[in-house]
Write a protein that binds this ligand. Sequence first.
Ligand SMILES: [Fe+2]
Length: 314
Amino acid sequence: MLSTVRANADKGPTRALNVREIPFLGVGLGYRAEFRQELLANRTQVDFLELMVEHFLDMPPEQMGDAPLLAEQFDIVVHGLDLSIGTVKPLRLDYLANMHELVVATGAHWASDHLSMTSVPGRAIGNLTPLPLNHEMADYLIQKCRQAARVLPVPFLLENISVLFRPAPDGMTEQAFITEVVQGADIFLLLDLTNILNNSINGRFDACDYLEGLPLDRVVQIHLAGGFALDDVLLDTHSGPVPPEAFELLRYAARRMPALRAVMIERDQNFPPFQTLLEELDATREVLCTAWAPHFASGLVAAPTWLVGRAGAG
Ligand SMILES: [Fe+2]
């Protein structure tokens, strides 16, 4: 696998990205083994799962073996934490080979990682760390994103991160930076709305205004999560319920995102009863009904069963 990845990174085929070929997955969960049993018992109430590269690769065989079993029952997307695409050193082809392997093993529809770095040359940082916002870094990322997109057999998405500090302003807004990278590399966006909400409250800007500066036509997936406040600073810990403000932001955003195919709730700790997560999924569906109804009105694309008959689905 690694040799194929190496060859494709340099001169592999560039796939034409047609968003119409990306399927609607619906409303799903980031998979965590902690709720595996309840998940399988409520299989029909979760439309898709996001599997983390770090949870399945370089793990005991029984754990890796669980990925195809989950894929037999759910649509899958793959997500990575540690590609560290912003680190100024060659792209981590070993990591992409793992991502590729998980994509193939599960028939995943797309793969994503973060627009950030988790290491600097020679040293791990251990956190998703913001990048300098300038054209030089954007050009550098465009080349690496193109390499990643050539390596992977599915669309490649980058996710915006939660930011507690920023490097000094360097001539570009974050939205302009994200737009330049995503459009320049011809890839898609995984937009974490809770990260935007937290950043807007911590950084005192308007989240809706911020959204208007992004290439919303490139958003394929959304993350929602809840965290907690420490000394008035909101932290992205995926440890609490999705706040009402995040659902409101979803309501505002979803109808502006023609390529949106999946909305997912991240819960990584402090797990509630599984029924609570199912209720959050249903609250998400309620918000999406109106935004997604026009996609299915023509009948060219089959509407998910949960959309049929809901208020506003017309
Ligand atoms: Fe996220």
